[in-house]
Design a protein. Structure first.
Lengths: 109, 636, 471
């Protein structure tokens, strides 16, 4: 976030960016193949497959967000929006997921 | 991000603000397809008021059915058609339909557009010293999406099945299976059209919210630092975020329910669902609870979308009319931020009766009780502000003052509902209806009235009539309370919210009485009208209050339209001697708003500053300058 | 009058308006897809039926992932080209991006189309047969139809008696007439030949006289072959269309003819069941064998033995019924004549059927080959299932189960985003020249904004691919 704005417009910087984008694209393609291979490999339980698959997906997603959407050189205010958004999404996931969870029931009955 | 750090290298852009030399626009482009935030604000305001009036009309028909079940409805009875009102008597179907549409129209087409979109659009850019919204075209788009959604919602009354009928919450599975089996085309049913219109309305709100937040963050004028923003702007910022992040899950719910209805999926339909002794031709395996979670994830922040613009308006009206600074401006800002955050994690307190597990239910009880803290802070700050002020009781101030106790009652009656033990008994009773109507009707709507009376001179250059204002205010206050207070009493006696006959069919269980119902019976007896002395007798009290309330709005409507040409003219741009930026504009503000580059020199509520010559020091007044009372006209 | 910070960033927030706007919009998009993903999780965890795993052809998803990643790269290159003020390069990269969007949607269409022709039939005990309909059709056949009753639906009325759409019968049912001419005697004995205008006329008259129905008698008995989706209900002597029209005659045939490619017995096993012996016993009595025949049952038992042997070798300590992969392998079986050799049960199917290939077996087959084009292999046995044995059936559309429902909802909504993004980018491509000349930085900002949205669409797909295709 400390980059000077001017840097981002120089031709050398832009050329470097262009190269970086191709590299990251390659990594993403490679990860896609990996996701597929991993899905048909037996890790002992399906749950583990899901976890590993989603971890790769999350890695890919963060590459897209950080490099393609250049979040890594973006201003703090965007991070603030996104932080709140993620908190609420997580809330939506976790709280609906927990709907039936009732330790009291096991304890009392 | 302090004020001094803002380097204004873009001054040349804002310099154009006073450039009014644009070409003449035709009426159509100036008032219909305008991209000017003020015109769009007015469009929103007028459309929303029409919807409010219509929603109110639906409610009056319902109140007739409750008070006089089985009796033909006067005037409109035969007009509604044999299908819906056989012999002019309101049928249960009609009651359900009006109930569902009353809620939907009031919440999504009435109050949100009026409070957030109309006031926000008109006032926010003026208060932060911006020449327009950040995305004027998007602003027009969001109005027109709202308009199309609203019109579709109204047209759904004319589907062969009538409009949606399962309540404004539209719970599945009923919402999926109603108007489903015996219709020619499932798309052209009221229930499906409800979903389609909601998708339009939600999209409109999302675009609006993006626009508001961007405008507030990026278009503040020179010197308008975070803490110099009036509370109104802060509340709109928070409301914008609520809409932005809470509406999408409802959009998901609407889309999935649309799938269920149109494509026959079972997102919200459990396995083995039977209707009319028939297994439905569905795969099942879905969950009605999923719908409720997605709906209430919006539903609760939506409550704050309804109330925050109201509190915000009151927070502008009160300091101006007590000639004192708003007490605890910063505290209120932090409170509203906390309120916004918490409002996202309280939603399942609407769902205690679904049999949720103790973990979630405990969590939601705690957060629900917690959220009352910032609400009380807001209300307390407003009340303390009154202390020691020299209050100017104009109509706006009357409404603002009435807002405080009304919102207080609405809020405090909500506290018991936060606990699931109590909620088990009060859920879906009239107690709940009374509670949230106290928040929304005498709460929000009074505050919005206050806003209309307060900003009318800026918008039109004339005052609204104070006499008619009082004729509007006092009966409204009385009737509002007669309408909603008995609901709490009935609710605690166990009256269910969806009885179309007001409990006649359950007379055995509703034949309790107390001093209140007996009192009403005696009072009616004086006029020779027989009213049961039991709780059910209160129905007629509330219904008469509702119709009285309708009559009390007539002076307002007259006032609103006749004052445009017939009201007392303002003599300066700042007739209330207020301090915020919107009073720095010509009256009415022209395209581009300000005649010179707006600068905020100080905090927003500098009233009665010790040592100052006048009892107000506007934000836009340079240090050492004198308050100048003049009337500038925009280029009209 | 110009709005500030449309091109240059505001110093204290560091953002120009559109960038802040698009990030806010993306935050709301995160909530939108977050809501959908949480629905996915909620439905999957709460599913009281075996959640389909590995049922989609991953090649579609894989290629689409690569297409989207490539388009993300090209849109960035387009933006960088604008930053370097190279209009020609910008155009090339942008055209490529939009072409990618087109390719993505084409692949999607092929994939969707596949699903529309693949059916699943759940029998009364819960066993499921999957396959294609013979001739791609399932018809309810009515013969000796003598009476047709048109409904005016007087009572279906909107508010104030206004109807924006007509609820009454229309002439749609005539589409299913296969034998005989639509000549009828009306109640007063006149002969009428029905078409849409005559139907409308008759109903208008009846409405005027406040009659709920118009009864017509066929001059010669008629035959109807009707798609069941058009019917609200039917029994042995009567069929009611959704528009209220009723025909009376004799139900001749409502047997479904299916080219079975898979049998799935997992629904027979109770969710909490741990006793493998009991599960196998249940599966032994499945209704599926009544329609498929004993040869397939034997083949299945052999298949089961192989699978359970394999499982025992690899996981000796696990409870087999708790392992979803095992259950999936052992209690379902692909049915193909080609592999197993033809049996006596086979009936030569008619032309026009489509074949499917499981991804794992023949990944090189991207699109289903149409029998009309490729001649077709008749790989799958044709069976007849009586209506009374069917509990539920559907093609692989949202109706079939919530997996396909959420699949269509997620990918459909994602597809709409792709289309929307492509339209916006096309606008920047075709109408950007003027802005490029006047204020190239503004255009670059716009493309960056559109690009951010485009990357987000890509990002969503990155999660959709494993969630829907692989796990």
């Amino acid at each position: 976030m400390s980059h000077e704005h001017q840097d981002h417009d120089s031709p050398e910087y832009l050329k470097k960016q262009s190269l970086l984008v191709w590299k990251i694209g390659g990594v993403l393609g490679f990860c896609t193949i990996a996701t597929w291979l991993v899905a048909f490999h037996d890790f002992g339980s399906h749950g583990r497959n899901i976890t590993i698959g989603l971890m790769i997906a999350a890695f890919k997603a963060s590459l897209v967000a950080l490099i393609f959407m250049h979040l890594k050189s973006e201003r703090g205010i965007i991070y603030k929006f996104l932080a709140f958004t993620l908190v609420f999404v997580t809330g939506l996931f976790v709280l609906t997921y927990l709907h039936w969870s009732d330790p009291l029931k096991d304890y009392l009955f | 991000m302090s004020a001094t750090a803002i380097a204004h290298d873009d001054l040349k852009n804002t310099d154009h603000a006073h450039d009014h030399g644009h070409k003449k626009q035709s009426f159509l482009w100036k008032y219909i397809f305008s991209t000017d935030h003020k015109v769009i604000g007015l469009q929103y305001g007028l459309t929303a008021m029409v919807f409010l009036l219509f929603g109110f009309f639906l409610m009056m028909v319902m109140r007739y059915s409750i008070a006089f079940p089985g009796k033909p409805l006067p005037l409109f009875g035969t007009l509604l058609g044999e299908r819906w009102a056989p012999g002019g008597v309101v049928s249960p179907d009609l009651y359900n339909m009006f109930g569902a549409m009353h809620g939907t129209i009031m919440v999504f087409l009435g109050i949100v557009p009026l409070g957030f979109a109309a006031f926000g659009n008109y006032i926010v850019p003026l208060q932060i010293g911006a020449i327009d919204m950040a995305f004027p075209k998007l602003n027009a788009w969001s109005y027109w999406l709202f308009f199309v959604g609203g019109v579709m919602m109204l047209l759904s009354f004319f589907m062969p099945t009538g409009a949606a009928q399962v309540g404004w919450t539209n719970y599945s599975p009923l919402a999926t299976t109603v108007q489903y089996l015996d219709v020619k085309n499932i798309f052209f049913t009221g229930q499906t059209q409800w979903l389609v219109s909601m998708i339009f309305i939600i999209s409109s709100s999302l675009l609006g919210a993006v626009n508001f937040v961007t405008t507030i963050l990026n278009l503040r004028c020179k010197g308008m630092t975070w803490m110099r923003m009036p509370f109104f702007v802060w509340a709109m910022l928070v409301t914008g975020f609520l809409l932005l992040l809470a509406f999408p899950p409802l959009e998901v719910a609407a889309i999935l329910q649309l799938f269920d209805r149109v494509f026959g999926s079972s997102f919200f339909l459990p396995t083995g669902l039977v209707e009319a002794n028939q297994h439905l031709d569905i795969s099942g395996g879905g969950s009605p609870l999923l719908y409720q979670h997605l709906f209430w994830f919006l539903g609760h922040p939506e409550v704050y979308v309804l109330i925050l613009p109201a509190i915000a308006t009151v927070a502008e009206v009160i300091p101006c009319n007590i000639r004192r600074p708003l007490w605890g401006h910063k505290t209120m800002i932090y409170a509203v931020l906390v309120l916004g955050f918490l409002s996202f994690i309280v939603w399942a307190h609407h769902m205690y009766l679904t049999g949720m597990g103790s973990v979630v239910s405990t969590f939601f009880q705690i957060t629900t009780v917690l959220i009352s803290v910032p609400s009380v802070i807001l209300l307390t700050c407003l009340m303390i502000s009154l202390w020691g002020g020299s209050i100017r009781f104009n109509t706006a101030m009357l409404f603002a003052c009435a807002f405080l106790p009304m919102f207080g009652i609405g809020g405090l009656t909500g506290l018991p509902l936060a606990f699931n033990m109590i909620d088990l008994f009060l859920h879906d009773t009239y107690y709940v209806i009374g509670h949230f109507h106290y928040v929304v009707a005498p709460g929000t709507i009074f505050a919005l009235f206050a806003g209309i009376y307060h900003w009318y001179p800026k918008i039109t250059g004339r005052f609204m009539s104070e006499k008619l204002g009082r004729v509007h205010f006092w009966p409204s206050l009385v009737f509002m309370n007669l309408l909603f207070a008995p609901m709490m009493i009935q609710g605690m006696a166990g009256f269910h919210r969806r009885w179309y006959d007001g409990g006649k069919a359950f007379e055995d269980t509703t034949s309790v009485s107390n001093w209140f119902s007996q009192g009403w019976s005696h009072f009616a007896g004086i006029f020779g009208v027989h009213v049961e002395s039991t709780m059910i007798g209160l129905n007629s009290l509330m219904s008469f209050a509702a119709w009285g309330l309708a009559i009390a709005q007539i002076p307002f409507i007259i006032n609103l339209f006749f004052s445009i040409k017939g009201g007392k003219k303002v003599t300066c741009d700042n007739p209330w001697h207020a301090t915020t930026m919107e009073w720095d504009t010509p009256t009415p503000p022209g395209h581009g708003n300000f005649l010179h580059e707006p600068v905020a020199y100080r905090n927003p509520y500098e009233y009665s500053v010790p040592g100052a010559e006048d009892d107000y020091t506007p934000q836009f007044l340079p240090d050492g300058a004198k308050v100048e009372e003049k009337l500038t006209r925009a280029e009209h | 009058m110009e709005i500030p910070y449309t091109v240059k960033a505001r110093p204290d927030t560091g953002l120009w308006n559109a960038k802040m706007g698009i990030w806010l919009f993306l935050a709301s998009e995160v909530m939108l897809f977050g809501g959908l993903f949480s629905a996915y999780i909620f439905l999957r965890i709460g599913a009281d039926y075996p959640w389909p795993v590995h049922v989609l052809n991953p090649w579609y998803g894989f290629i689409n992932t690569l297409v989207l990643i490539f388009s993300s790269i090209t849109v960035l290159q387009a933006w960088l080209a604008l930053k370097m003020r190279k209009w020609g390069m910008y155009q090339i990269w942008m055209v490529l991006t939009i072409a990618c969007a087109g390719a993505f949607m084409c692949i999607k269409t092929v994939e969707y189309n596949d699903k529309f022709h693949h059916y699943g039939v759940q029998l009364n005990d819960g066993s499921v047969l999957e396959g294609h309909l013979v001739n791609n059709e399932y018809l309810v056949k009515f013969g000796e139809v003598k009476t047709v009753t048109l409904a005016t639906r007087l009572n279906a009325k909107g508010m104030l008696g206004i109807n924006l759409v007509n609820p009454a019968s229309d002439a749609g049912f005539l589409k299913y007439l296969v034998e005989g001419k639509p000549e009828f005697k009306d109640e007063s004995g006149n002969i009428v030949t029905l078409d849409s205008s005559v139907v409308a006329k008759l109903l208008a008259e009846a409405t005027k006289n406040k009659k709920p129905t118009v009864k017509l008698t066929a001059v010669v008995p008629l035959k109807f072959n009707i798609e069941p989706a058009r019917l609200a209900a039917y029994d042995k002597g009567k069929a009611a269309f959704r528009d209220g029209t009723e025909i009376e005659g004799k139900l001749e045939d409502d047997t479904m003819r299916l080219l079975v490619d898979k049998v799935d017995l997992r629904r027979l096993i109770p969710t909490q069941e741990e006793n493998l012996g009991k599960a196998v016993a249940d599966v032994n009595d499945a209704d599926a064998w009544k329609v498929l025949g004993p040869e397939w049952k034997e083949k299945y038992l052999k298949h089961y033995k192989e699978e359970s042997g394999k499982f025992a070798k690899e996981h000796d300590k696990q409870v087999p019924l708790k392992n979803g992969d095992f259950v999936r392998e052992a209690f379902t079986m692909e049915i193909s004549l080609h592999e197993n050799g033809a049996t006596a049960h086979q009936v030569k199917p008619e032309i026009n059927e489509k074949e499917t290939h499981k991804a794992a077996e023949s990944p090189q087959h991207m699109a289903p080959t149409h029998a009309a084009e490729g001649g077709g292999h008749h790989d799958h046995p044709e069976i007849a299932i009586e209506k009374k044995d069917i509990h539920f059936y559907s093609n692989f559309t949202p109706k079939y189960n919530n997996y396909f429902a959420i699949y269509f909802a997620l990918t459909g909504l994602h597809g709409l985003h792709v289309i929307g993004g492509a339209i916006v980018l096309s606008y920047f491509l075709f109408f950007g020249k003027k802005m490029f000349k006047e204020n190239p930085e503004h255009l670059a900002n716009r493309v960056e904004t559109g690009g951010l949205f485009w990357h987000f669409v890509d990002l969503v797909w990155i999660f959709l691919f494993p969630l829907l295709y692989l796990m």
